[in-house]
Design a protein around this ligand. Structure first.
Ligand SMILES: Cc1cc2nc3c(=O)[nH]c(=O)nc-3n(C[C@H](O)[C@H](O)[C@H](O)COP(=O)(O)OP(=O)(O)OC[C@H]3O[C@@H](n4cnc5c(N)ncnc54)[C@H](O)[C@@H]3O)c2cc1C
Length: 433
């Protein structure tokens, strides 16, 4: 069979993606949301449930961005190691950040339960595997710090016991977090869209926002939002456009580093082989900067992802990634040498220069971005939080107010010529550390 350059998750969807709620844009709404992924749809669901009029404006189909393409890992913790973050922001702030990261998982669990979203959500836990002895040695310290400062348990798995977690011999040990979960990302985002629509949010697909301008009428401040489908005014605007943020909102765009990530999915594996590869069905990733992440799908395919190319996805990068990732997968699991790869696809992650998520206001508009590989849970949570802020709730987001550096030229959206240099830097770092 030839490899299909297609997102496997979309093949498993049983409910159609909701189409636009109606033909015409309303003249005005309380809140306009730019982007129909987890962040935008979660914000819209929360607002609509409070009786706030809200329109989600999505340039493509709902869920088209990273939200339908990812690995479906619902992860605890922050992308950066805790000691780095503590050094930067101080222990009190980081305690709140870590608590928020645990809350994000509960937030997804609650939405899935309340909205009865059929997306294979399961608290299967995640396993981080150490690519070097030094990485494994660091796990002891991480687990002790996480227990002491955040009252959260991480379990160390020595190499001698690793086979109970993973059918691979190449790692030096692992660390398990039982609180993480897995789901089918496309089913989840479509379920979220239906939930927002049921609650009363107006969803508009194929509606690209081209500019947002503040205006004052009769003393009241509003935003004029121009789109490919017409213009509307909104009291507040939420930017939930992630890695796909365009020049329509330049202040946010210059902060985002869009980085490509790619995934392959194999043919369905025999049950005993699937069990040997991942006996506990964990979400797995390794300890490198240029990391691999992988998991079994509910129908027992090996889904294997990584930064095979740093550039955002194009036909070429997707095609090249298939072989690069297949080689990576076989280096972890030689058992899959003769297994067919059936799907390959890519998507773009929203990184920031300091590798932290950020939220707050830019040019008077609410925004959240920088979820990197933690966006399934984080984007959902941030969306709900931003909705609260537009309703006047107190701001308890620990990621608001921290310094938010702009991306250097060459790494910014629309101007990413330096991405391969960043990729080379991280490859060298992986080799050295
Ligand atoms: C291959 C891959 C694997 C990943 N794996 C994981 C994982 O396992 N676990 C995890 O937690 N995270 C993972 N992530 C990250 C996660 O998917 C994202 O952080 C998350 O989906 C971001 O959600 P979002 O709503 O902010 O953005 P998106 O889902 O990207 O949605 C943004 C939307 O905004 C729209 N948009 C942009 N500009 C405009 C405009 N001007 N007008 C109208 N619409 C606009 C876009 O069309 C897009 O649909 C992965 C990402 C990728 C690409």
């Amino acid at each position: 069979m030839t490899i299909r350059e297609k997102n496997y998750w979309l093949e498993t969807v049983t409910t159609p993606v909701p189409a636009s709620s109606r033909q015409e844009l309303p003249d005005s709404v309380d809140v306009a949301v730019v982007g129909g992924g987890y962040c935008g749809l979660s914000a819209a669901r929360t607002l609509a449930k409070r009786g706030v009029s809200v329109a989600v404006l999505e340039a493509e189909t709902l869920g088209w961005g990273a939200s339908s393409r990812n690995g479906g890992m619902v992860l605890t913790g922050l992308k950066l190691p805790a000691p780095t973050v503590i050094k930067r922001y101080g222990i009190e702030t980081v305690r709140r950040m870590y608590a928020a990261s645990l809350e994000t998982i509960d937030c997804v669990a609650q939405i899935v339960r309340e909205e009865k979203i059929d997306c294979n959500f399961s608290r299967c836990g995640h396993l981080e595997v150490a690519c070097k002895q030094a990485h494994f040695d660091g796990y002891e310290e991480t687990a002790a710090l996480t227990q002491r400062e955040f009252h959260h348990e991480l379990r160390i798995i020595p190499k001698s016991e690793l086979h109970a977690e993973i059918g691979s011999d190449i790692y030096f040990g692992g660390m398990v977090d039982e609180a993480s979960a897995g789901l089918n990302p496309a089913r989840y985002v479509i379920g979220l869209a239906h939930a927002a629509q049921r609650a009363g949010a107006c969803l508009f697909d194929h509606t690209r926002v081209t500019s947002v301008e503040p205006e004052t009428k009769n003393g009241a401040r509003k935003f004029r939002v121009r789109t490919s489908r017409g213009t509307l005014t909104a009291r507040e605007v939420i930017l939930a456009s992630g890695a796909y943020t365009t020049e329509a909102t330049p202040a946010l765009r210059k902060k985002i580093i869009p980085i490509g990530s790619y995934i392959i999915a194999t043919e369905v594996l025999p049950g005993d082989l699937a069990h040997e590869l991942s006996p506990r069905g964990r979400m797995i990733y390794d300890s490198k900067h240029f990391l691999y992440y992988y998991r079994l799908t509910p129908d027992n395919r090996m889904l294997f992802g990584g930064r095979a190319a740093f550039f955002p996805e194009t036909e070429n990068t997707v095609r090249q990634s298939a072989e690069i990732l297949r080689r990576g997968m076989i280096s972890v699991y030689p058992q899959l040498r003769d297994t067919k790869v059936e799907f390959v696809w890519g998507g773009t992650l929203d990184f920031t220069l300091d590798v932290m998520p950020h939220a707050g206001k830019l040019d008077g508009m609410y925004f959240a971005a920088g979820f990197a590989g933690h966006g399934v849970a984080a984007a959902t949570w941030f969306g709900a939080k931003l909705a609260g802020l537009t309703c006047g709730e107190p701001n308890d987001i620990p990621f608001d107010g921290i310094k938010f550096p702009a991306a250097p030229l060459g790494l910014r959206s629309g101007n990413t010529w330096a991405l391969p240099l960043a990729g080379a830097y991280y490859k060298i770092l992986d080799w050295l550390t």
